[in-house]
Design a protein around this ligand. Structure first.
Ligand code: IP8
Length: 284
């Protein structure tokens, strides 16, 4: 799904650190969600060929309890079951809050849990089904998927990250642009939370040296090392791939409009043969 179908698809991850206060259990940042919804609405209003595909992270609705109950490891003891049920319910609650705001902002958003189109085995996606996603994007609906507590055919359950969902979706819709909205300006050469000297990398290549020190994060889905791997894989499927600060107003809007905004552009060494991800001049 790309220019050959006449559609310009923007695949966007709304990070859990943008939509929630990560240190307070289940605290939703409604103001940020409403602002980002309007910035995205502008993109789909610009052309009837523009499409959005959205993914959100877990933030304090996912990571706090997933860590407490060690859910990424799969089922090991009965006491985890309650935690799994809670996280799964909390993620649906967060997804519902986000979808409601998108609808109120004029975006025809629909909840699209990862199990609608993905099968997970040993914490990894082993099977995907593109048909439903393509149908709903083709029709003009905006699927909103998320990192989730999922049924796992090897270990009963596991935690699937929003980045893994982004990767699967990017291979299905071949977006013109993939955007990661985070709580920092982009990818830095060292952890900006730990070092005042860390520098933003405006164009990130696979050969660039980036410190993968994950100190200061409570994410159960891995630190910077894993994130970079996903970023480059996604970049192979996308016309452009951008990491930006979703907490700063208008960065997302400007990026989607093809204008310069502080961010990191992820530059893959080579695009996958046979993929048709496109870069439409004028927009993205
Ligand atoms: O925030 C993790 O998704 P992420 C989802 O994208 C859960 O890593 C349930 C912790």
């Amino acid at each position: 799904m790309d220019e050959s179908h006449g559609l310009t698809v923007a695949l966007i991850k709304l990070g859990g650190s943008v939509l929630t206060n990560k240190s307070r259990l289940r605290s939703f940042s409604e103001t940020e969600a409403r602002r980002l919804a309007l910035e995205m609405k502008e993109f789909i209003s610009r052309s009837r060929y523009h499409r959005l595909v959205l993914v959100h992270g877990g933030g304090s609705f996912g990571h706090i309890r997933a860590k407490k109950y060690n859910l990424s490891a799969g089922l090991r003891e009965e006491s985890q079951l309650h935690g799994f049920a809670q996280v799964r319910n909390d993620m649906r609650d967060l997804n519902s809050k986000i979808v409601s705001i998108l609808i109120e902002s004029g975006i025809p958003a629909i909840s699209f849990p990862p199990e609608t189109f993905l099968r997970v085995h040993g914490g990894r996606v082993i099977k995907s089904e593109a048909g439903l996603l393509e149908k709903c994007v083709g029709a003009g609906l905006v699927p909103v998927s998320f990192g989730d507590a999922v049924i796992d055919t090897r270990q009963s359950f596991s935690i699937l990250s929003g980045d893994a969902v982004m990767l699967s979706m990017s291979s299905m819709v071949h977006p013109s642009i993939s955007v990661f909205c985070t709580d920092v300006d982009g990818v830095f050469d060292s952890n900006p939370r730990l070092s005042a000297n860390s520098r933003l990398i405006p164009r990130l290549r696979e050969s660039d040296r980036v410190s993968t020190d994950a100190t200061g994060t409570d994410d159960v889905t891995g630190g910077m090392g894993g994130k970079l791997k996903f970023l480059f894989e996604i970049a192979h499927n996308s016309g452009r791939t951008v990491v930006l600060n979703g907490l700063v107003p208008l960065r997302l809007r400007e990026t989607l409009a093809g204008r310069d905004a502080t961010s990191t552009e992820v530059v893959p060494t080579r695009r996958r043969p046979g993929k048709k991800a496109s870069r439409r001049s004028g927009y993205i």
